[in-house]
Design a protein around this ligand. Structure first.
Ligand SMILES: [Zn+2]
Length: 477
């Protein structure tokens, strides 16, 4: 619950005040829905991805939402969901929520926007009237999907449309290459050229959830087929799914080993390329739910005496507390990181100097949807010439904006290590000499090994090998 309150937990008109005029899904929805619509704002709850949501927390949030809806006469319900929430004891929380809302409002139009990392289920499709997924990665089309949702919400024929849903027996690494995503996006756009197609979304799934419903899917919404004149939606969805399946080996990034850092820095120097080398620790991406306390790359930089380098966003509340006690300019013995993620991730142990201390740091992210997040305390610690930016909890770092907020500049560094998934491709695009995915420990490994999963009922590629011709896409709905 603390994680939600820290990031966003708003009720009633505060939801509108926060989102109206912004580029969020709700911002897009509010900008597009007809002006004479009476809006009943309820609840906006957002947490940074992290461990599983406790059952009580989930129930508290859902009870609060339902409390706002009780006694209302509603024509429609719009939800901006992620789609891969994991809750203690509930396999499919989004499906559960939509089922409860459908029971309360059998006649209302219920529609959702979803992240393209959603683990979509049959229940989610069944209990909603429409789903719209992001088509970009990094996700920058929140506003557009919100606009699309509003347009669907007021379609007079929305209840008459046909939904087709295919779940695929595979999952992509959550941080995936842009080429196959672009191909899927183009495929969906081509589908829209058919006047009968009203919606077409693809979801890559969220691979680090140990749930049976994990995996990729496609969703098509179309006008009911008129015999002999149009193709049944089954075919569209199944063909879309087959195309998706054909791309299954194209999503993976090649990761660089940390010991290639000197070579990469040398190349940069030789070619006189301006800007720092940005090393992205994908496996410890806090946006993906990892702990943010992997320090293997930091260890390497310190041991190799790689000057002008910084590691941004090591999550370690204990170290921040200690740094504030020690005070800026003082040197003490520290144990940094490696406290939550312990596998292959020994803490940084040794004498370190508190370089600077900062309170109420709120970097503004250039990512379209993200408003700045407050870091109450940040400690910049110098360990053997490498700066470590230590924070108390995972948050939206905001790219170079974070450096500015703690009095540092991008141009001060040759090497910047971040833990932000695909976001650096937006946030550092203009200032980095190059952005490289580096192999490091973390809860979001790129290689999905079978031992990470206990709940899968059916084989999921590439966790389990599967022959190319062993799968025929079949519509679930
Ligand atoms: Zn996502």
């Amino acid at each position: 619950m603390d994680s939600f309150i820290r990031k966003q937990y708003l009720q009633g008109t505060a939801v509108i005040d926060q989102h109206k005029g912004t580029k969020s899904e709700l911002g897009g929805f509010l900008a597009t829905i007809p002006l004479d619509t009476i809006i009943v704002p309820t609840l906006s709850a957002i947490a940074m991805p992290s461990g599983i949501i406790l059952h009580d927390t989930y129930e508290t949030i859902i009870d609060t939402l339902i409390g706002h809806l009780k006694g209302q006469q509603l024509d429609g319900i719009f939800l901006a969901l992620h789609g891969s929430m994991c809750v203690q004891g509930i396999e499919d929380p989004e499906g559960d929520l939509l089922r409860r809302l459908r029971q309360m409002f059998p006649q209302a139009v219920i529609g959702c926007t979803l992240d393209h990392h959603a683990n979509v289920t049959k229940e989610m499709v069944e209990y909603s009237d429409f789903l719209v997924g992001y088509r970009t990665h990094p996700h920058v089309d929140h506003y557009e999907v919100g606009c699309a949702a509003a347009a669907l919400m007021v379609r007079p024929d929305i209840k008459k449309l046909e939904k087709a849903f295919v779940k695929l027996p595979f999952v992509t690494p959550a941080e995936n290459r842009s080429e196959p995503i672009e191909k899927l996006k183009t495929y969906a756009e081509l589908l829209f050229q058919n006047p009968d197609i009203v919606g077409a979304s693809f979801f890559v799934g969220y691979p680090w959830a140990d749930v049976s419903i994990m995996g990729c899917s496609v969703y098509v919404l179309q006008k009911k087929a008129i015999l002999g004149t149009s193709m049944p939606s089954t075919r569209f969805a199944e063909e879309f799914a087959s195309f998706f399946w054909s791309l299954r080996d194209d999503f993976h990034f090649a990761l660089e080993k940390v010991d290639s850092i000197p070579k990469l820095l040398k190349q940069k120097g030789k070619q006189k390329i301006e800007g720092p080398l940005v090393l992205d620790e994908l496996s410890d991406c806090t946006f993906g739910g990892s702990s943010g306390d992997a320090v293997a790359t930091a260890w390497y930089l310190a041991n190799q005496h790689i000057a002008k380098s910084i590691v941004i966003g090591i999550v370690d509340a204990e170290t921040v507390e200690r740094a504030f006690t020690v005070g800026a300019g003082n040197t003490e013995h520290f144990t940094i990181g490696g406290k939550i993620c312990r596998k292959d991730n020994p803490s940084i142990v040794g004498k370190a100097t508190v370089a600077s201390l900062h309170k109420d740091v709120r970097p503004q992210s250039p990512m379209l949807m993200e408003s700045g997040m407050l870091f109450k305390r940040v400690a910049i610690i110098d360990f053997r010439g490498v700066l470590l930016a230590v924070i108390e909890y995972p948050g939206q770092i905001g790219g170079p904006a974070f450096l500015e907020a703690v009095g540092l500049r991008v141009e001060d560094f040759d090497c910047i290590v971040v833990k932000e998934g695909m976001n650096p491709f937006v946030t550092y695009r203009e200032v980095a000499s190059s952005i490289v995915m580096v192999e490091s420990p973390g809860f979001n490994p790129q290689v999905l090994s079978p031992d990470l999963y206990t709940r899968l009922i059916e084989p999921v590629y590439p966790i389990f090998p599967m022959e190319a011709d062993s799968y025929i896409p079949r519509r679930c709905i």
